[in-house]
Design a protein around this ligand. Structure first.
Ligand code: VAH
Length: 321
């Protein structure tokens, strides 16, 4: 039976990955590890939790040993916009933390480590449309640089040290369970809070800023499907493009407006996050993931908007606007 440790279990993806893994492998076999952000009650009350500062090798090693872990899903990360403001913390978490997880996993002979990469691993010189899986990667953000580091270090531990490391470059993720955080793509979450609460939203990215995006259920399935794939069929390991949809703020606003009468959106650009978004792809070629482990998204823009409005409306205690 698999024994799993999920770092960053209180984060946007971690807080939905833990319940999904517990459903698959049994609640007692999935340990949710948080640090500064409190772990949500639904996770805390449903299975084992712990506190792990990934910046401490000793804490990572101790958690692996104490919980008899054979698999780590390493979800801890300082996201793009915050990483630009807090380079010190981003370096500690995204670089040293990732090294600690890989080194402790190798030292304890773990079976598998799952590392999420991101579209942020590409930069302004990368082909923007239908970005190839294997192409130029010169990100100009600390977050993106840390994701390239993770992809390369993951490949190193996989090919040189025999540790089974896998990861996918996730697009901007949209979900309703956690509040929008310090990312660049979080406008695509915050817009729904604005639509339901106020029938309006002020967007910090320009109307034509096209970005690859993915709904959380697809993101969770991509991580788990990759984790369960036959290793011998993988030609890539920690650097799979996974796509689902690409849209602009104006296209998203139009889709929300069709479902929320009277919804309006205006724009007050945040130059920092606009510059980050402008360095990222418009869309991804995810043919490698489709060929090597049968990746296939299920949510398009319309299905995501419908599901977001329904679930967030319920969470905010209001009927669908
Ligand atoms: C961010 N939501 O905006 C994250 C994600 C591709 C974007 O990595 O930083």
């Amino acid at each position: 039976m698999r024994r799993i440790l999920v770092t960053g279990a209180a984060g946007q993806i971690g807080s939905e990955l833990v319940p999904a893994l517990r459903k698959l492998y049994g609640a007692d076999n999935v340990v949710a590890a948080g640090h500064r952000t409190p772990i949500p009650d639904d996770i805390k009350l449903a299975g084992p939790c712990t506190t792990v500062d990934v910046c401490s090798y000793e804490e990572v090693d101790a958690a692996i040993r104490h919980h008899h872990v054979d698999t780590v899903y390493h979800m801890s990360s300082i996201l793009s916009a915050l990483a630009e403001e807090r380079r010190d913390v981003a370096h500690q978490v995204n670089i040293n933390g990732l090294y600690n997880v890989l080194e402790a996993s190798a030292a304890n002979g773990l079976e598998r480590v799952m590392l999420p990469s991101s579209i942020a691993a590409f930069g302004p010189d990368t082909p923007r449309d239908n970005t190839p899986n294997d192409t130029l990667q010169r990100p100009n953000t600390l977050y993106g640089i840390s994701k390239v580091f993770g992809e390369l270090l993951g490949e190193y531990y996989c090919s040189k040290l025999g540790l089974d490391v896998r990861g996918a470059r996730l697009p901007g993720i949209i979900s309703w369970k956690t509040e929008p955080t310090a990312g660049t793509t979080d406008y695509a979450v915050a817009i729904f809070y604005g639509a339901i609460r106020d029938r309006r939203y002020t967007c910090y990215l320009g109307p034509d800023t096209r970005l690859p995006m993915m709904y959380m259920p697809d993101a969770i399935r991509s991580i788990i499907d990759l984790a369960q794939a036959d290793f011998d069929k993988l030609k890539h390991h920690a650097d799979f493009n996974v796509g689902a949809m690409s849209f602009t703020p104006s296209e998203l606003a139009e889709a929300v407006g069709k479902r929320v009468p009277g919804f309006t959106m205006d724009y007050e650009l945040d130059p920092r996050r606009q510059a980050i978004a402008d360095s990222w792809p418009n869309s991804l070629d995810d043919g490698a993931a489709r060929r090597e482990w049968a990746w296939a998204p299920r949510y398009d823009l319309g299905a995501m908007v419908d599901d977001m409005l329904e679930n967030l409306g319920r969470k905010l205690g209001t009927t669908k606007a």
